[in-house]
Design a protein around this ligand. Structure first.
Ligand SMILES: CC(C)(COP(=O)(O)OP(=O)(O)OC[C@H]1O[C@@H](n2cnc3c(N)ncnc32)[C@H](O)[C@@H]1OP(=O)(O)O)[C@@H](O)C(=O)NCCC(=O)NCCS
Length: 163
Protein backbone atom coordinates (compact mmCIF):
# COMPACT_ATOMS: atom_id res chain seq x y z
CA UNK A 1 0.00 0.00 0.00
CA UNK A 2 2.71 2.45 1.04
CA UNK A 3 4.56 1.81 -2.24
CA UNK A 4 1.61 3.40 -3.96
CA UNK A 5 1.80 6.66 -2.03
CA UNK A 6 2.43 9.57 -4.37
CA UNK A 7 3.66 12.95 -3.23
CA UNK A 8 3.10 15.84 -5.59
CA UNK A 9 2.84 19.58 -5.58
CA UNK A 10 -0.72 20.79 -5.05
CA UNK A 11 -2.54 22.83 -7.68
CA UNK A 12 -5.40 25.21 -6.83
CA UNK A 13 -7.87 22.48 -7.78
CA UNK A 14 -6.52 20.48 -4.81
CA UNK A 15 -7.80 23.09 -2.35
CA UNK A 16 -10.41 20.72 -0.80
CA UNK A 17 -7.69 18.13 -0.17
CA UNK A 18 -5.35 20.73 1.30
CA UNK A 19 -8.11 21.87 3.63
CA UNK A 20 -8.92 18.29 4.60
CA UNK A 21 -5.38 17.32 5.59
CA UNK A 22 -4.54 20.63 7.26
CA UNK A 23 -7.71 20.48 9.36
CA UNK A 24 -6.96 16.87 10.28
CA UNK A 25 -3.45 17.91 11.36
CA UNK A 26 -4.76 20.75 13.55
CA UNK A 27 -7.46 18.51 15.02
CA UNK A 28 -5.28 15.47 15.60
CA UNK A 29 -1.96 17.13 16.59
CA UNK A 30 -2.96 20.58 17.93
CA UNK A 31 0.16 21.00 20.06
CA UNK A 32 2.50 20.61 17.10
CA UNK A 33 1.42 23.85 15.41
CA UNK A 34 0.99 27.55 16.12
CA UNK A 35 -2.34 27.76 14.25
CA UNK A 36 -5.58 26.61 15.89
CA UNK A 37 -8.20 24.57 14.02
CA UNK A 38 -10.98 27.07 14.74
CA UNK A 39 -9.00 29.80 12.97
CA UNK A 40 -9.12 28.01 9.62
CA UNK A 41 -11.86 25.36 9.71
CA UNK A 42 -14.61 27.60 8.38
CA UNK A 43 -12.54 29.48 5.82
CA UNK A 44 -13.92 29.27 2.28
CA UNK A 45 -12.21 27.25 -0.41
CA UNK A 46 -10.76 30.39 -1.97
CA UNK A 47 -8.63 30.85 1.19
CA UNK A 48 -7.04 27.44 0.54
CA UNK A 49 -6.67 28.10 -3.17
CA UNK A 50 -4.85 31.31 -2.36
CA UNK A 51 -2.50 29.58 0.05
CA UNK A 52 -1.60 27.06 -2.65
CA UNK A 53 -1.02 29.85 -5.16
CA UNK A 54 1.13 31.83 -2.73
CA UNK A 55 3.54 29.06 -1.75
CA UNK A 56 4.30 25.46 -2.66
CA UNK A 57 2.19 22.84 -0.93
CA UNK A 58 3.03 19.18 -1.29
CA UNK A 59 0.36 16.56 -0.66
CA UNK A 60 0.78 12.80 -0.17
CA UNK A 61 -1.93 10.58 -1.65
CA UNK A 62 -2.59 6.91 -0.98
CA UNK A 63 -4.97 6.24 -3.84
CA UNK A 64 -7.62 8.91 -3.51
CA UNK A 65 -6.95 9.54 0.17
CA UNK A 66 -4.78 12.45 1.21
CA UNK A 67 -2.44 11.19 3.95
CA UNK A 68 0.17 13.92 4.42
CA UNK A 69 1.26 17.46 3.66
CA UNK A 70 4.15 19.90 3.93
CA UNK A 71 4.70 23.44 2.71
CA UNK A 72 7.69 25.71 2.37
CA UNK A 73 7.92 29.44 2.95
CA UNK A 74 10.41 32.01 4.17
CA UNK A 75 12.02 31.59 7.58
CA UNK A 76 13.79 34.40 9.39
CA UNK A 77 16.93 33.59 11.33
CA UNK A 78 19.50 36.03 12.75
CA UNK A 79 18.16 38.83 10.57
CA UNK A 80 18.44 36.80 7.36
CA UNK A 81 15.76 35.18 5.22
CA UNK A 82 16.02 31.47 4.47
CA UNK A 83 13.66 28.76 3.25
CA UNK A 84 11.72 26.88 5.92
CA UNK A 85 9.51 23.80 6.25
CA UNK A 86 6.02 24.35 7.64
CA UNK A 87 2.93 22.30 8.33
CA UNK A 88 4.62 18.91 8.06
CA UNK A 89 2.04 16.24 8.80
CA UNK A 90 1.49 12.54 8.19
CA UNK A 91 -1.78 10.87 9.15
CA UNK A 92 -1.39 8.31 11.99
CA UNK A 93 -2.20 5.45 9.58
CA UNK A 94 0.90 6.30 7.53
CA UNK A 95 3.45 7.17 10.23
CA UNK A 96 6.57 5.05 10.41
CA UNK A 97 6.47 4.59 6.64
CA UNK A 98 8.35 6.59 4.01
CA UNK A 99 5.64 9.20 3.58
CA UNK A 100 7.24 11.83 5.83
CA UNK A 101 10.55 11.28 4.07
CA UNK A 102 8.94 11.63 0.63
CA UNK A 103 7.33 14.92 1.68
CA UNK A 104 10.57 16.28 3.09
CA UNK A 105 12.45 15.23 -0.04
CA UNK A 106 10.04 17.26 -2.19
CA UNK A 107 10.59 20.30 0.02
CA UNK A 108 14.36 19.83 -0.18
CA UNK A 109 14.31 19.34 -3.97
CA UNK A 110 12.18 22.44 -4.45
CA UNK A 111 14.52 24.62 -2.39
CA UNK A 112 17.67 23.17 -3.97
CA UNK A 113 16.21 24.02 -7.37
CA UNK A 114 15.81 27.61 -6.14
CA UNK A 115 19.54 27.68 -5.33
CA UNK A 116 19.23 27.44 -1.55
CA UNK A 117 21.82 25.62 0.55
CA UNK A 118 20.10 25.38 3.92
CA UNK A 119 16.60 24.56 5.13
CA UNK A 120 15.17 25.67 8.49
CA UNK A 121 12.23 24.72 10.67
CA UNK A 122 10.86 25.07 14.19
CA UNK A 123 9.74 22.15 16.29
CA UNK A 124 7.77 22.44 19.52
CA UNK A 125 9.80 21.24 22.48
CA UNK A 126 8.41 17.92 23.63
CA UNK A 127 7.40 16.84 20.13
CA UNK A 128 10.00 14.11 20.36
CA UNK A 129 8.80 12.05 17.43
CA UNK A 130 9.00 15.01 15.06
CA UNK A 131 12.39 16.03 16.40
CA UNK A 132 13.60 12.41 16.10
CA UNK A 133 12.43 12.34 12.50
CA UNK A 134 14.13 15.63 11.63
CA UNK A 135 17.39 14.58 13.31
CA UNK A 136 17.39 11.30 11.42
CA UNK A 137 16.96 13.29 8.20
CA UNK A 138 19.94 15.55 8.85
CA UNK A 139 18.56 18.48 10.86
CA UNK A 140 20.41 19.79 13.91
CA UNK A 141 19.37 22.23 16.60
CA UNK A 142 20.57 25.76 15.99
CA UNK A 143 20.12 28.99 17.95
CA UNK A 144 18.05 29.56 21.02
CA UNK A 145 14.77 28.09 22.13
CA UNK A 146 11.99 30.70 22.12
CA UNK A 147 8.36 30.84 23.26
CA UNK A 148 5.61 30.40 20.71
CA UNK A 149 4.04 33.84 20.12
CA UNK A 150 0.48 32.59 20.55
CA UNK A 151 1.15 30.36 23.53
CA UNK A 152 4.19 31.32 25.61
CA UNK A 153 3.83 28.11 27.64
CA UNK A 154 5.08 26.22 24.60
CA UNK A 155 8.60 26.66 23.24
CA UNK A 156 10.11 26.20 19.81
CA UNK A 157 13.53 24.94 18.97
CA UNK A 158 14.96 25.99 15.60
CA UNK A 159 16.64 23.35 13.45
CA UNK A 160 18.59 23.50 10.19
CA UNK A 161 19.91 21.06 7.61
CA UNK A 162 22.25 21.44 4.66
CA UNK A 163 20.71 20.88 1.26
C1 LIG B 1 6.45 14.44 12.47
C2 LIG B 1 5.94 13.40 11.48
C3 LIG B 1 5.66 14.05 10.13
C4 LIG B 1 7.08 12.36 11.29
O1 LIG B 1 6.60 11.33 10.46
P1 LIG B 1 6.72 9.81 10.98
O2 LIG B 1 6.21 8.94 9.90
O3 LIG B 1 6.07 9.72 12.31
O4 LIG B 1 8.30 9.71 11.10
P2 LIG B 1 9.17 8.39 11.13
O5 LIG B 1 8.43 7.28 11.82
O6 LIG B 1 9.70 8.13 9.77
O7 LIG B 1 10.39 8.85 12.03
C5 LIG B 1 10.26 9.15 13.37
C6 LIG B 1 11.58 8.88 14.04
O8 LIG B 1 11.56 9.38 15.36
C7 LIG B 1 11.75 8.29 16.26
N1 LIG B 1 10.88 8.50 17.39
C8 LIG B 1 9.62 8.09 17.54
N2 LIG B 1 9.16 8.46 18.73
C9 LIG B 1 10.18 9.10 19.34
C10 LIG B 1 10.34 9.70 20.60
N3 LIG B 1 9.33 9.72 21.49
N4 LIG B 1 11.52 10.29 20.90
C11 LIG B 1 12.53 10.29 20.01
N5 LIG B 1 12.44 9.72 18.78
C12 LIG B 1 11.27 9.14 18.47
C13 LIG B 1 11.35 7.05 15.51
O9 LIG B 1 11.94 5.94 16.10
C14 LIG B 1 11.83 7.37 14.12
O10 LIG B 1 13.22 7.18 13.99
P3 LIG B 1 13.82 5.75 13.47
O11 LIG B 1 13.26 5.51 12.12
O12 LIG B 1 15.30 6.02 13.45
O13 LIG B 1 13.39 4.76 14.48
C15 LIG B 1 4.67 12.68 12.01
O14 LIG B 1 4.97 11.97 13.20
C16 LIG B 1 3.53 13.65 12.30
O15 LIG B 1 2.82 14.06 11.39
N6 LIG B 1 3.34 13.98 13.58
C17 LIG B 1 2.23 14.86 14.01
C18 LIG B 1 2.40 16.30 13.52
C19 LIG B 1 3.77 16.85 13.79
O16 LIG B 1 4.33 16.69 14.88
N7 LIG B 1 4.30 17.56 12.79
C20 LIG B 1 5.61 18.18 12.88
C21 LIG B 1 5.48 19.64 13.14
S1 LIG B 1 7.12 20.36 13.32
Amino acid sequence: MIDEVVVRRAAPIDAPRAREIRCLALYESPLAYGTRLEEVATRPLRYWRNLIRQRPWFLAFDGDTVVGMATTDTYHFNGETHPGVYGMYVAPSHRGTRVALLLLEKIKEFNRSCGHHRLFLDVVIGNDRAEGFYEREGFRRIGEVRPLDRDPRRHLTPMVCDL
